[in-house]
Design a protein around this ligand. Structure first.
Ligand code: ZN
Length: 101
């Protein structure tokens, strides 16, 4: 991971840049794997771009969080950076052409 990729996202521009880097990595990986990008690779790319952030938690984040399934605390949980939940919610309300969000 480069220093630039490990920076925390703290602005709209930073979020847009992270999403662009992630998209480029996914497309590149798609080409390298002949269209068979696995979930573990997607998670790794998202972490490298700051779109998934590892946080130590001592209790469940919420009833719908994947850390609830594990049940053993403390544990590491992956969270979205600030702003990504809001962006996902906006895209769901105003889907653009070709959008499935
Ligand atoms: Zn969690």
């Amino acid at each position: 991971m480069t220093k630039e990729e490990s920076r925390a996202i703290n602005s709209v521009d930073g979020l847009q840049s992270a999403l662009a880097r992630f998209g480029a990595k996914v497309i590149d990986s798609h080409r390298d794997t002949y269209g068979d990008v696995d979930g573990g690779s997607l998670q790794e790319m998202a972490e490298q771009c700051g779109l998934l952030v590892t946080v130590m938690v001592t209790e469940p984040c919420g009833e719908n969080c994947s850390c609830v399934e594990n049940g053993d605390f403390p544990q590491y949980c992956l969270r979205y950076p600030v702003g990504l939940n809001a962006l996902i919610a906006v895209l769901a309300k105003f889907p653009g052409e070709g959008s499935t969000v």
